[in-house]
Design a binder for this molecule. Structure first.
Ligand code: PAF
Length: 282
């Protein structure tokens, strides 16, 4: 495994790999790696000759300075995990290396995708994600890139970007990995206190109940029921919980649209903001 921090050096090495006919798989991350990331890396290892992982905490996707500052960073442990899955190249750039000419413009119409759910509560977040992913794609030039379904809206936005910009990159979704008690794996889980961590599985438990009860009561009532259920523990504060269409994220009004529905939520547990989702009929 080789680690790079200079863009030009990584580009040179990857060009050589490509010139010898090797395919490149790419897993972009912000570090604090967990099994969810490792499963994406393992998929990439299976289907590509070379696997590249980037670790870059992208400042422009954080709409709150505090969130950026508190984002967990643990490079040594990350490198150890990357070695354990036999990742070929790790890219750990500085901001200068990612944005050498300053933050670039990206003309991309994300439409509704950027206005609802996360987009509504974290203005500018997805623009920052799209810009960094495009920069990283330009550097790594992968054949395939891997994104987890836990960040479902992010996955849709990246797919949308790839199709709008006609990029020749296949986006491969990976399943949400969960702890033994159902909590979706996330780098942010590291910031939970012991007490918060104990109650955290309630988010997924409630999402499972929404899936089980879907069709039994009107959509709006089920949604209100789920919000009340999570908020019934005072450690939680639901920011949103929506039952939406899986493709364009419009809120579904009736169970006639149920076959394509997904429930997405963002919940504060103390001051840690967790997101999760569940497909209702898969
Ligand atoms: O999902 C993440 O970790 C980040 O949003 C990504 C895709 C690496 C862009 O910074």
């Amino acid at each position: 495994m080789k680690t790079f921090s200079i863009t030009k050096e990584l580009v040179r090495v990857l060009k050589k790999e490509r010139d010898t006919g090797r395919s490149v798989g790419f897993v972009p991350t912000m570090g604090a790696l967990h099994e969810g990331h490792l499963s994406l890396l393992e998929e990439s290892k299976k289907h590509n000759d070379i696997t590249v992982c980037s670790i870059f905490v992208n400042p422009i996707q954080f709409n709150q300075k505090q969130d950026l500052e508190k984002y967990p960073r643990n490079l040594n442990e990350d490198l150890r995990l990357l070695l354990s899955v036999d990742c070929n190249y790790v890219f750990v750039p500085t901001e200068e290396e990612v944005y050498p000419g300053g933050i670039p413009e990206l003309n991309l119409n994300l439409g509704r995708l950027d206005r609802v759910l996360e987009g509504k509560f974290r203005p500018g977040h997805f623009k920052g994600v799209a810009i960094v992913v495009k920069q990283l794609f330009d550097i790594v030039n992968p054949d395939k890139a891997y994104f987890g379904k836990k960040d479902y809206q992010q996955l849709l936005i990246i797919q949308h970007m790839v199709s709008e910009l006609n990029l020749r990159i296949q986006i491969i979704p990976g399943p949400t990995l969960r702890e033994h008690d159902g909590l979706a794996m996330s780098s942010r889980n590291l910031r939970l206190t012991i007490g918060e961590r104990e109650v955290a599985p309630m988010i997924y438990e409630t999402l499972c109940k929404v899936r089980d009860k879907a069709g039994e009561m009107p959509v709006k009532e089920l949604k209100q029921w789920a919000i009340r259920k999570i908020n019934s523990n005072s450690l939680f504060q639901v920011e949103y919980l929506e039952i939406v269409d899986k493709d364009d994220l419009h809120p579904i009004g009736s169970w006639k649209e149920k076959n394509n529905a997904i429930t997405c939520t963002a919940v504060f547990l103390g001051d840690v903001r967790l997101i999760d989702n569940i497909e209702l009929f898969s």
